[in-house]
Design a protein around this ligand. Structure first.
Ligand SMILES: [Zn+2]
Length: 243
């Protein structure tokens, strides 16, 4: 738009010596340019709105990490894929939050590949108060296991990351003694965090590659997944009631 206006003004200012027909022609060209630009921007807005009209509004957006061609971290010994575990935990978490009266939107509910752009663009259409991206960590060291959360913008995200970290830290350790080890929340330049317009955090809940976690996550009972979902639920509800 600014380019069109600049181009339009120049010939008119120089055109005092023009014939009347010349001026009319200049103005007609300018008008057509403005109308065309207005029409194009209206069409662009309509297309954008249509593409984003997924129809979910809610207080919480849950973002199960990875999906489709991106499995995330894997534990081959126990046949575990992060993309499946994050979806399972996120669905349990959605049910827990909804049972407590919170409205929830999810970036995916199936095994679907999503870009970071897809995730924050969707989140920004929901009007949600928080975005929690659910992940599991991975390492070549099969004894590595701790919980942590990541934040993008200090002022926007840090309090949520801290609160969710606090509740994840109560998870029982996979070996059955005490609680899970922790790593203090740290900043991470992810588009999901930086470009979402609500407080957001990436929860690296447990290490899927840890041998004991692998046993628990694959034991068929869903107990470990439910523990993780309940820990996330406590952190999210704590944040929402205090902010
Ligand atoms: Zn992940």
């Amino acid at each position: 738009m600014p380019a069109v206006e600049r181009r339009g003004v120049e010939p008119v200012r120089k055109g005092w010596g023009m014939t009347y027909a010349g001026l009319v022609k200049t103005w007609a060209t300018l008008l057509i340019a403005i109308l065309a630009a207005t029409l194009l921007s209206t069409m662009a807005l309509a297309t954008g709105a249509g593409a984003q009209a997924v129809g979910c509004t809610g207080q919480v957006v849950l973002d199960p990490g990875h999906g489709g061609t991106d499995p995330g971290a894997v534990n081959n010994k126990y046949n575990l894929k992060e993309k499946e575990q994050t979806l399972g935990v996120a669905k349990r978490l959605r049910d827990l939050l909804e049972n407590d009266g919170y409205s929830v939107c999810m970036t995916r509910t199936t095994d679907k590949a999503l870009s970071n752009n897809d995730r924050y663009t969707y989140a920004n259409t929901t009007g949600a108060e928080v975005l929690v991206s659910v992940h599991m960590n991975g390492s070549t060291n099969t004894s590595a296991d701790y919980t942590t959360t990541l934040f993008g913008k200090w002022r926007k995200d840090k309090a949520l990351a801290n609160t969710v970290f606090g509740s994840l830290s109560t998870l029982p350790a996979a070996n059955g003694t005490g609680t899970i080890a922790t790593r203090t929340p740290y900043s991470f330049a992810s588009g999901v965090l930086l470009k979402s317009n609500m407080p957001a955090t990436i929860a690296e809940t447990v290490f899927i590659t840890n041998d004991r976690e692998g046993q628990l996550l694959s034991d068929g009972t869903g107990t470990r997944q439910q523990q993780i979902a309940e820990a996330l639920e406590a952190g999210i509800e704590n944040y929402l009631t205090t902010h």
